[in-house]
Design a binder for this molecule. Structure first.
Ligand SMILES: Cc1cc2nc3c(=O)[nH]c(=O)nc-3n(C[C@H](O)[C@H](O)[C@H](O)COP(=O)(O)O)c2cc1C
Length: 356
């Protein structure tokens, strides 16, 4: 994600160091206790004792950005600081290609402005020729000088099928030197959507997108909304961990549980935008959460932090991690008697979430 001093005085090296801090903090177990609830625990499927299906024949495939996915899964955007990012991105790309799932890269700001590509070049597409790859820039950058050229370069650099614009106002507000003038971001998104050569996806980064905001984004021409709700990675908690300033830490901690729980965000966006392509993410811990997100109205689910440790390790570990998530989703389909994702969307729930 982004975060510059106003006037662009922060160097690419500073951003790289911050991204590396982010990785270490997200990988540390201490953050888990500060999580908000995703709301998925309230989504309980009714067990089907007679599925009348073959587990192996359950069809998890779906269409995304004109390509066929073998499972409705997106590896969500993660940046990592130049030295580690290249390795992590390669592992993610190899695993995504092997499994036939989509891959979103982290913010390309360092690659666009600095010298280090962090693996964000055409090598990514060579590792993953058949899956949807999504480029990534920050919404705040769109009012700080980024326009069509930068967006096209971000897409082109990795041969992407779509561009993600991430919205992270909470993180920017809490981060030292964050980009805190967000006037004009929606208009800039609308202007970019009108001229960009690929579809635009807008996501949050862990605080969620409401139905009303999603409606404005879709009306502005955005192709898909990724709620990235509360319940997983909390950037307020990450910033609290990073800062050495006690007052800044107190403020960051105050907002550690802030945001729209992912389950509520999915329901809200689906209600406000029945026609929109919707990605459910934020605190997707396993394949059962993927099933829950889809049951609540998501077209696919995205996962970031839970896959990070495996991506830091190897392509094999990454593939094993996401294969396990897919296997868990398949079991959820089996035990709800769902032959495919359309059937899963109709599966009976024991408890209905309050807003459902
Ligand atoms: C280490 C790390 C780096 C991230 N960097 C970015 C980024 O550069 N751009 C972005 O849009 N989101 C970024 N995110 C946010 C994720 O894409 C995702 O929206 C958020 O972490 C919530 O999903 P999760 O609970 O599965 O982690 C990052 C997340 C992590 C864990």
């Amino acid at each position: 994600m982004q975060g510059t001093e106003r006037g662009g005085s922060s160097s690419t090296g500073d951003i790289g160091a911050r991204k590396s801090d982010h990785l270490d903090i997200v990988l540390a177990p201490s953050l888990a206790s500060q999580r908000a609830a995703s709301g998925f625990a309230r989504v309980v499927f009714e067990h089907v004792a007679l599925p009348e299906l073959s587990l192996a024949e359950i069809d998890l495939s779906t269409e995304f950005l004109g390509r066929r996915l073998r499972a409705p899964l997106l590896i969500s955007s993660m940046t990592g600081g130049p030295e580690r990012a290249a390795r992590i991105n390669a592992h993610l790309a190899e695993a995504a290609e092997e499994l036939g799932i989509a891959l979103a890269v982290g913010s390309q700001r360092i690659a666009l402005e600095g010298r280090a590509s962090g693996g964000l070049d055409r090598s990514l597409r060579r590792l993953a020729p058949s899956i949807p790859i999504l480029a990534n820039v920050g919404g705040a950058q769109l009012v700080l000088g980024y326009g069509r050229d930068e967006a096209e370069r971000a897409v082109d650099m990795i041969g992407a099928d779509a561009l993600i614009i991430h919205l992270n106002p909470l993180q920017e507000a809490l981060q030292e030197g964050g980009d805190t003038d967000w006037r004009g971001v929606l208009a800039a998104i609308e202007a970019l959507v009108a001229v960009l050569s690929v579809p635009v996806v807008v996501k949050e980064v862990g605080a969620g997108i409401s139905g009303a905001i999603a409606r404005r984004l879709v009306d502005a021409g955005v192709h898909a909304v990724d709620v990235a709700g509360a319940g997983g990675t909390s950037w307020a908690a990450v910033e609290a961990e990073r800062t050495s300033d006690p007052a800044r830490r107190d403020t960051a901690l105050l907002f550690a549980g802030w945001g729209i729980p992912t389950a509520d965000a999915i329901l809200g966006v689906r209600q406000a935008c029945p026609e929109a392509l919707l990605i459910g993410s934020g605190g997707i811990a396993n394949g059962l959460d993927v099933a829950r997100a889809i049951r609540l109205g998501a077209d696919l689910a995205g996962q970031a932090a839970a896959g990070l440790a495996s991506a830091d390790h190897s392509a094999e570990a990454t593939a094993l991690h996401f294969r396990t998530v897919i296997d868990q989703l398949r079991v959820a389909c089996f035990c709800t008697g769902s032959a495919d994702l359309a059937a899963l969307r109709q599966a009976r729930l024991v408890e209905t979430p309050a807003t459902g």
